[in-house]
Structures are given as C-alpha cells and as structure tokens.
Write a protein that binds this ligand. Structure first.
Ligand SMILES: [Zn+2]
Length: 184
C-alpha cells in the first residue's frame, strides 16, 4: 500500500550556486520512501549531487534549469503547479522556487490537493514493463497519445486500452505543450 502524505505536507531542498543539493529538509526521507525512490534518493545519498543528475529527461532538466536561472536573475520567487501522482491518488503540488544568498536556490514542494481515484497500474513503479515507451508530462502527468495530442492519465489509459494489457509500456518523462507554454 502506498502511504499518503497528509494534505499540506511540504518538502524542502536547497541548491548551492553550482546547482548541487546542499541541504534537504528533515522529512525528505519520508517523502523519498513513500515515492519508492529507493536508497539512491535518500538525503544522505543525494547531498552533494547535482540536481540535474536526478532528472532523467533532457526536456524536464532544461525547464528546471531555465526556472532556476530566471529566479537567480530576477531575485524573485516562482510558483509552479505540478502533480506527483501515485496509482490511486492524484496529488497536486505547488512548487516554490526562491532565491537564497550566494546564488543558492530553495525548492519547496507543498501538497495542496489529494484526490483519490480508480487505481492506474501505469503509474505503479512495480508492475512489469514492455520495451515500448509512452511519454508522460513531468508536470501535469498528461500522457502523449499521438503527435501533438496529450490526454489526462485516465483518458490516455482508456484511449490506449492500457487497462487490458498484461505488460504495460514504460513511461518516459517529457513536457506537454501546454505546460511548456505556461512555464516558459
Ligand atoms: Zn503537462
């Protein structure tokens, strides 16, 4: 069973001027375990690593880099809406990216809305996967169903008939056109 963070739970981490993770909040490990990230994402193993090494896809990495650079340049905080969903729970997050002294950056992720739903195996990290890939947006969790067409996770599962597939495709992270437009 996946543990659910309480509503309004928030998680923090700081980057130094070289974008290395230099501080993670006390409850980081609780969050990492709930999200089945494994030992490599525990605070003691992340400290000193570049944030970029933790983001697998180039597009998402570039967006975060642009956002962090914008915060450093303007000195103003940015707020980003995102989802960090589990198979049976839609979890809306507010991510606040703020400047710190000496070109540091503070990330704060606050869970603002948790919505239970019918379980979606496609989001379960433990289910077997085929060699095929489908793209999921890192921010809103919409899934790409064909060129220039993205649908909510539920609708995409329906559209791609994923409920009836024994082995599911792998998810690869990307960014959908509408999140790209909102973030850049
Ligand atoms: Zn999106």
């Amino acid at each position: 069973m996946t543990a659910n963070p309480s509503k309004k739970a928030s998680y923090f981490y700081h980057l130094d001027r070289d974008n290395k993770l230099c501080w993670l909040g006390d409850n980081w490990n609780k969050f990492a375990i709930e999200n089945k990230g494994g030992e490599k994402v525990l605070a003691e193993n992340l400290k000193g690593k570049s944030l970029w090494s933790q983001i697998k896809d180039d597009e998402t990495r570039q967006i975060y880099l642009d956002l962090v650079n914008k915060v450093r340049k303007t000195g103003n905080s940015l707020r980003v809406k995102a989802y960090c969903d589990t198979p049976a729970l839609k979890r809306e997050l507010k991510i606040i990216i703020s400047p710190l002294p000496e070109d540091g950056i503070r990330f704060e992720s606050i869970f603002i809305k948790l919505t239970p739903r019918k379980r979606l195996a496609i989001l379960d990290k433990d289910v077997p996967r085929s060699e095929n890939f489908i793209k999921i947006c890192s921010f809103c969790k919409d899934i790409k169903i064909k060129e220039n067409q993205w649908k909510t996770t539920e609708k995409a599962v329906d559209h791609l008939d994923l409920f009836n597939q024994k082995i599911l495709p792998q998810l690869t992270h990307s960014i959908c056109p509408s999140c790209y437009k909102n973030l850049i």
